[in-house]
Design a protein around this ligand. Sequence first.
Ligand SMILES: *[C@@H]1O[C@H](CO)[C@@H](O)[C@H](O)[C@H]1NC(C)=O
Ligand SMILES: *[C@@H]1O[C@H](CO)[C@@H](O)[C@H](O)[C@H]1NC(C)=O
Length: 182
Amino acid sequence: MYRVACLLLVALFGVVYAVPSQYDSEQVWVAGNLSYPLPSNALVGGFDSFGYKLYVGRVNFTGTIAPCSVKAATGVAEGNTELFTFTERAYQLLTTKDNMDYEWIRSYDGILEDNAVSVGTSALNERVFICRAKSVDGLIIGSLFLTKKACLIKGLTTFNYIHLFDKYEVLIAVPKTNAKYY
Ligand SMILES: *[C@@H]1O[C@H](CO)[C@@H](O)[C@H](O)[C@H]1NC(C)=O
Ligand SMILES: *[C@@H]1O[C@H](CO)[C@@H](O)[C@H](O)[C@H]1NC(C)=O
């Protein structure tokens, strides 16, 4: 009996430790940095105020899997968790699947949209989604934490603040309905 209880405890402990900070595996993410060629199907999610495209990426920052804006020309990924901003030079890029449509839909106040694309989970085991909003820096990719009821976006040009938007767009991926098969 005692042994069973011990095993159960170990199993529970294992689960508690295994769950937070996991990459979501529904989408296809490709490792990237400045040395790697940009995949042709990497998804563009926005642009900065200097006219550079921003690709949708993700980073594991201090145990939170967070979305980021990747500027391919410099190999710089900028983003934020619920608490911290980051600038990284190694990241994963979201690539599109042929049988899916990727759309940005208007949303607000942290509601869970159907087919919202998750990057993974935070250190507190909350699922993190991909959002974007128009800030002074351009159309910037941010982190949607439903518990924050807002899209959190790092300031790019001024200083490292996190800006909260209660109206924003969410990235969704839906299976193509008009796919033709030959
Ligand atoms: C990119 O990643 C590869 C493999 O990890 C590494 O060899 C290379 O030095 C990295 N390049 C940059 C610019 O970080
Ligand atoms: C993310 O990084 C943390 C350390 O900061 C690590 O414990 C965790 O296993 C990493 N998660 C994944 C999915 O690699």
